[in-house]
Design a protein around this ligand. Structure first.
Ligand SMILES: NC(=O)c1ccc[n+]([C@@H]2O[C@H](COP(=O)([O-])OP(=O)(O)OC[C@H]3O[C@@H](n4cnc5c(N)ncnc54)[C@H](O)[C@@H]3O)[C@@H](O)[C@H]2O)c1
Length: 354
């Protein structure tokens, strides 16, 4: 249930000292014993405050100064908003190793530019889609690898919570919100479990109480043909207390099923504990649900996995599981979801010729 970990120590330089770096990257790296050597943010004060909290020895006034001080084998952990990603990457040297915070740019076009840039500069680049490495997902993958639930034929991610989007200023000017910044994790997870879908259906809508934001509620169907169902349903606007909030990932195979109630989003940002339930049918229709204790959670523990992938790749020369080459397809699914939503379903009037 542990992610693949590197054999050696790799110095890490962080670009961006915002909420996610403080809440998840650095706590995870401390737990994993990763060596963060320097940090830079457009706001020197934020970088300095973060460095003080996490004992980071070097704080830089500019990206140029950071690049000039880069030690051999440094890994750049780039955690800036999607809109700033390309310009930061353009400044990194050829051959750089970089972990890019998701999303991979703000749309597929930017993702393609990022991919082209990382190829042209021969960078070792991966994307921080870390739900793939959340301890409960690793536990589910373990069970699936052992064949315990059989062949996966149903994936459902269902979220009904209240998300205080005001915590992220940049979302108020973003053209896309829910799928690009949130459901993208679930799309990436589904791809990680089932591979690429044949097509994507979606409808994503705004909310009257959050009209200043782009769409914040989504239904996404990832189409894997006639025998496999993969659905993502998210409502971030359930402002009716915590009692009926829920967030689960359900996986059904032909021999058993797993249901993960993940707590990070409930009563956000406080969260509640996760619960991992599973059942293995005995073939006579008898199913008994059991609970598996899982150590660690999405925030911060999963962040070890996405960084470790890059470090292991730097050691082995293999492509990381979360490489830009793989993650571009998550961006393609996101683009397809927005396009499908805009295109709309079949008009009812086409069926009202009676
Ligand atoms: N689960 C996740 O992986 C997860 C969770 C939250 C946020 N994120 C992503 O992380 C990114 C940052 O989110 P956040 O919540 O930390 O936002 P934030 O607004 O708290 O922090 C962003 C930081 O980046 C800095 N910055 C912006 N442009 C910069 C540049 N060119 N060079 C250096 N620093 C720059 C800003 O000054 C700010 O401190 C977003 O893209 C968001 O989608 C990912």
């Amino acid at each position: 249930m542990k992610p693949a970990l590197p054999l050696h120590t790799h110095p890490v330089f962080i670009i961006g000292a915002g909420g996610i770096v403080n809440a998840a990257h650095l706590p995870a790296y401390q737990l994993a014993g990763f060596s963060v050597q320097g940090i830079y943010d457009l706001s020197y004060e934020k970088a300095a405050a973060t460095a003080a909290s996490f004992n980071i020895p070097q704080v830089f006034h500019s990206l140029e100064a950071m690049l000039a001080a880069a030690p051999e084998g440094v890994i750049y952990d780039v955690a800036v908003p999607g809109s700033a990603m390309l310009s930061v990457l353009e400044q990194l040297p050829a051959g750089a190793r970089a972990l890019l915070q998701k999303p991979m740019g703000e749309n597929l076009q930017q993702a393609q530019q990022i991919l082209a840039l990382t190829r042209a500069k021969q960078m070792l680049a991966a994307v921080n889609f870390q739900l793939r490495y959340a301890p409960y997902i690793l536990a589910a993958k373990d069970m699936m690898q052992r064949g315990e639930i059989g062949a996966l034929n149903d994936v459902e991610i269902n979220v009904n919570v209240y998300t205080p989007w005001r915590l992220w200023d940049f979302l108020y000017t973003a053209e896309r919100v829910e799928i690009l910044y949130h459901s993208i994790h679930y799309i990436d997870l589904v791809r990680n479990l089932l591979g690429n879908p044949v097509s994507v259906f979606a409808k994503t809508v705004k909310h009257p109480a959050m009209a200043q934001l782009a769409s914040v509620r989504s239904n996404i169907i990832m189409d894997y043909g006639d025998l496999v169902r993969a659905n993502i349903l998210t409502n971030h606007c359930h402002h009716f207390g915590n009692e009926q909030q829920h967030a689960y990932i359900k996986l059904e195979g032909d021999k058993g099923a797993i249901k993960i109630d993940f707590g990070a989003l409930i009563n956000y940002p406080h969260g509640v504990g996760d619960r991992f339930y599973y059942t293995v049918a005995n073939g006579n229709g008898y199913t008994e649900w059991k609970e598996l204790p899982v150590e660690g959670t999405w925030f911060p523990h999963a962040f070890t996995g996405s960084m470790a992938q890059l470090m292991v790749a730097a050691e082995t020369g293999a492509r990381p599981d979360n490489s830009v080459e793989d993650c571009i397809d998550t961006m393609a699914c996101v683009e397809a979801a927005y396009a499908a939503s805009q295109q709309g379903g079949l008009p009812l009037r086409n069926f009202q010729n009676f």
